[in-house]
Design a protein around this ligand. Structure first.
Ligand SMILES: [Zn+2]
Ligand SMILES: [Zn+2]
Length: 722
């Protein structure tokens, strides 16, 4: 009889033993469907000795596997990555495995799926719901479930529209082949510096062993063209190449750039894919047919058949850190994947994370730098506007020197960008009569006004409400006022000052799909936009040659809040957004509005003294034992019942581990004391680099009984401290 130890797709259990049905074969890594109680559940055949090698179950108690799925086995290197991720981030291995095996893995790639799209006919009987659905669906196509979700209506409404003939069925084949990228399709014209860097990366691909390379080039130096040469080398050798991007909105322009270089678009992987697209991509990745994959962080866990290189673009971006479920950092996991696969990992950035620079200094990463902008373009001039000396008019947000600079660019027919990392119209709505502030009922957070859609919205839980006419506290009429600016309010000011200017607001509210992002890029490139007003979404990736002015509306915004990386983030964000200016023949100018022009980070930006800034920041982190010279981990205990959460946090606090060099802070209410209706308490651990933080935490949380109503989230190497 053959048995198999299976890791199932559930967070609740470790590996379980099963019987392999007679006549079947289930080698290590096989994807299977197994019985679990009354349910069917997917899983992977795993080594007996993993996960502490639990005692085998007696033959007589084994149940038969239902099915061995006809897909390539999950390779050993990826099984090791699942184990490492689970171990390092203290997450159940079944939760990590879900990223390897999304539902798409179990769908038969040969069976066509039916999707629906609008026929142009409207139903004879139009209900309000049907009308909403037809508007939302527009020209899009998807399964009944996807269209229902898109339009926020029930699936019955969508099926009703199918029955009336307003939507029409389309059969989508999920195993349509992907076009083959051609490494020699359109090789770029590289500068000498780029060519030298590309040669190093190509050699690393040819060496076919693990190495981490930090591709460190100023904005506009042509890093993408350089790492594309390494990808071309991998593809020419018949291997797969993975490129991770920080934002889904950046995927579409990136697909176009790849198409221009390789003659066809790469295979995308992100949460915005339809289920048919996801199924097609997953199977092509697992079979090795997909050669170049451009994806969000979740692409890191896919079962590549023959990976040759991993590239993390904009590797300093904090959005690579996953903040729910498995709290992993995609940059760090990418390096581990390269280690297990035995392939090079390229981290590309103009403003590398201090963590990456420290690894270069320690001799662990190879440093490849591109110090000049491509094609002779020069770096922009940066200057600070001291908001204490040169304040904006009352109720306005743009200081006179910035307004003058905008007028100058409008006169010359050049484009400008105003950067403010705040969505919506105003971050706070306040009652002038009684001082009441409108807060989210589910979170410790203000409701943010979004005037374009006439809503107040919570950016933490998504709760929305219409703006009240009366103060909810004192019932006074017309007493509510908007406090502080968001991008919509800055856009209002621009419209008031320059009624003739054509503006575009760029946030995750306006660029919510890759198609919207592509439309925005096309509009700017065709000169249909004079002034862009945007959040961090516009700080990276875009290349607009006619954009010559960048205004940072509030450079101090990121400095409040006690985040240990506040200065580094501010430096990176402003350097990145500054990098959007003067990328073509015309020089760029950057004006930074700040109340603290003498703060080291502002002084370093204005002096273009990157090395000086990093050296000072590194020294101060070293003194504080902060990352990368020390480590943190956060434990967040939450419950809908505040007393349950507090009680567990206190019991945990009483059993806090004591060890040399280890500090435990808390328990205390988390800065975001309530989130999505759950009360949160936090314990923070701070330890030297060499300390076994994971082992300590594992033992500690196992030392108390956990009531069912309390939940624990563990964040190893946290980036968010709320
Ligand atoms: Zn009031
Ligand atoms: Zn909320």
């Amino acid at each position: 009889m053959t048995r198999a130890r299976v890791l199932l797709l559930t967070a609740a259990l470790g590996p379980l033993d099963y019987r392999v049905p007679q006549g079947s074969d289930a080698p290590l890594g096989s994807v299977v469907v197994a019985p679990l109680g009354p349910r069917r559940m997917g899983g992977v055949v795993w080594e007996d000795e993993s996960f502490g090698a639990p005692e085998p179950v007696g033959d007589n108690r084994l149940r038969n596997l239902f099915e061995i799925v006809d897909v390539p086995p999950i390779p050993a290197a990826l099984r090791r990555l699942v184990e490492w991720t689970s171990d390092y981030y203290l997450s159940p291995p079944g939760s990590v495995l879900r990223m390897v095996l999304p539902g798409a893995a179990f769908a038969d790639a040969r069976r066509p799926i039916v999707e629906y799209r609008a026929t142009g006919e409207l139903p004879a009987r139009m209900t309000p719901q049907r009308s909403v659905a037809m508007d939302a669906i527009g020209t899009r196509q998807g399964t009944v479930r996807e269209l229902a979700a898109l339009a926020s209506v029930s699936e019955a409404v969508v099926r009703g529209l199918v029955n009336t003939g307003a939507l029409d069925a389309v059969e989508v084949s999920a195993d349509a082949p992907w076009p083959e990228p051609d490494p020699g399709f359109a090789p770029p014209d590289l500068s000498d510096e780029q060519a030298a860097a590309a040669e190093q990366l190509r050699a690393a691909v040819a060496a076919a062993r693990f190495e981490t390379l930090l591709l460190d080039g100023v904005t506009g130096s042509g890093k993408t063209e350089v790492y594309m040469e390494a990808i071309a080398a991998a593809v020419a050798a018949g291997q797969q190449a993975l490129v991770l991007l920080p934002e889904i909105a950046l995927t579409e322009p990136m697909l176009t750039r790849f198409a221009a270089r390789f003659g066809c678009e790469p295979v995308p992987w992100h949460s915005g894919l339809r289920s048919t697209e996801r199924r097609r991509a997953w199977h092509a990745i697992a079979s090795g047919e997909a050669k170049i994959i451009v994806g969000a962080r979740s692409a890191l866990f896919l079962p590549y058949a023959n990976l040759g290189i991993i590239t993390v673009d904009e590797a300093h971006e904090t959005s690579f850190k996953q903040e729910d479920g498995v709290h992993y950092h995609a940059r760090d996991v990418a390096v581990m994947r390269g280690h297990f696969e035995g392939v090079p990992v390229v981290l590309a950035s103009a403003t590398p994370a201090l963590e990456s620079l420290a690894m270069v200094e320690a001799g662990r990463y190879r440093h490849i730098s591109l110090p000049a902008r491509y094609g002779g373009a020069t770096l922009p001039d940066l200057a600070a506007i001291d908001m204490r000396r040169d304040p904006p008019d009352r109720g306005k947000w743009l200081a006179p020197p910035l307004v003058d600079a905008l007028a100058d660019r409008l006169g010359k027919g050049e484009q400008s960008l105003l950067f403010l990392n705040r969505r919506g119209f105003a971050p706070l709505t306040l009652c002038r009569t009684c001082g009441h502030r409108i807060q989210c009922p589910n979170c410790t957070a203000w409701m943010v006004e979004h005037r374009l859609v006439h809503r107040l919205a919570c950016h933490h839980c998504g709760h929305v409400m219409p703006p009240p006419r009366l103060c909810p506290e004192c019932d006074d009429e017309d007493s509510l006022v908007a406090c502080g600016p968001g991008v919509e309010r800055v856009a209002d000011e621009v419209a008031l000052r320059f009624p003739e200017a054509r503006t575009a607001i760029v946030t995750s509210d306006t660029l919510w799909s890759p198609a919207k992002a592509a439309e925005f890029v096309a509009n700017v490139e065709e000169g249909l936009v004079d002034i862009i007003i945007g959040t961090q979404l516009v700080t990276k990736g875009y290349h607009f040659p006619n954009l010559t002015l960048v205004g940072v509306v509030d450079a101090d915004l990121g400095l409040d809040g006690g985040d240990l990386r506040a200065s580094e983030r501010t430096f990176q964000q402003i350097a990145q957004v500054a990098g959007r200016a003067g990328r073509g023949a015309k020089p760029g100018e950057v004006l930074i509005q700040t109340r603290v022009p003498d703060a080291p980070v502002m002084a370093a930006l204005v002096a273009n003294d990157r090395d000086g800034f990093y050296a000072a920041e590194a020294a101060s982190r070293r003194r504080a034992g902060a990352p990368p010279y020390g480590r943190f981990a956060a434990l967040i205990i939450s419950s809908e019942d505040v007393e349950v959460a507090r009680g567990v946090a206190q019991r945990l606090g009483q059993k806090a581990p004591v060890a040399d060099g280890l500090a435990v802070y808390g328990p205390a209410p988390a800065p975001l004391a309530m989130l999505r209706g759950r009360h949160r308490f936090r314990l923070l651990l701070h330890a030297p680099r060499s300390f076994d933080l994971q082992g300590t935490i594992r033992e500690w949380v196992g030392s108390i009984d956990w009531p069912a109503k309390a939940r624990l989230a563990i964040d190893v190497d946290p980036y968010s401290f709320v």
